[in-house]
Design a protein around this ligand. Structure first.
Ligand SMILES: N[C@@H](CCC(=O)N[C@@H](CS)C(=O)NCC(=O)O)C(=O)O
Length: 218
């Protein structure tokens, strides 16, 4: 099983399946394509007739783009890993939140690119505040589940992986969401796999100036 990803420092979509597979102990090899510094992603996409985007999972003759599609494929392939919660209502809630992350949060995603190396303070625009308020609401709804563990449905799963880049955005740009979000964020940050990702992101030499220029360094 092979996962094609982008920059560890900047590629938010890549982090999602990478973290999911690492935490679930699904073995894979990774290929990093620094797509703003080379043409390799366009060539790869043309060969496989997929969008020129990462992440992409290759397994058993299948070349599968899209973070959420990859997560669903892994959930089917490894049912024992419980990547979605067992409880149907919790699972529905986790799927809805994952889908909302996949298609929403436009202000947060466009104004605040993931940048694991950044520690900054960004002004909070009304659009960003609305997204932060929405996160607080989602977290309060997950707090109402009967669960055992510090992640959204108790045990770490797809919904946590889908929101993993939001952890870096809130932390790195000095935002505040809620106490419940902060507890989740601390648990996500402490995951050994997340620390491995951060170490690799920190060691990366590629720089995207437009992203690094955002905000003021404290
Ligand atoms: N809906 C896709 C989005 C993937 C995406 O936008 N990936 C970005 C990197 S984080 C990308 O590949 N961008 C290529 C480019 O900007 O050339 C998913 O869920 O995987």
């Amino acid at each position: 099983m092979q996962l094609v990803i982008g920059y560890k420092n900047y590629s938010s979509w890549s982090l999602r399946p990478w973290l999911l597979m690492r935490v679930a102990q699904i073995e894979f090899t990774e290929t990093v394509i620094p797509f703003m510094h080379c043409e390799e992603l366009q060539e790869f996409a043309a060969v496989h007739q997929i969008p020129a985007q990462v992440p992409v999972l290759q397994h058993d003759g299948l070349t599968l783009p899209d973070s959420l599609a990859i997560a669903e494929y892994l959930a089917e392939l490894y049912p024992q890993a419980m990547l979605w919660p067992n409880n149907r209502r919790a699972r529905a809630q986790a799927r809805a939140a994952s889908a909302e992350m996949h298609s929403g949060f436009h202000a947060l995603r466009s104004a605040c690119p993931m940048n694991c190396r950044a520690i900054k303070t960004l002004p909070v625009s009304p659009g960003i505040q609305a997204d932060l308020d929405r996160l607080a609401t989602i977290w309060s709804r997950f707090d109402q589940l009967d669960k055992d563990g510090e992640f959204l449905c108790g045990q770490f799963g797809i919904v946590d992986a889908m929101f993993a880049p939001v952890m870096w955005r809130v932390r790195g740009y000095g935002f505040s969401v809620s106490r419940s979000f902060a507890r989740w964020s601390d648990a996500m940050f402490a995951l050994p796999a997340m620390q491995q990702w951060l170490a690799a992101a920190t060691a990366e030499q590629w720089v995207i100036d437009d992203y690094d220029k955002i905000g003021e360094t404290v």
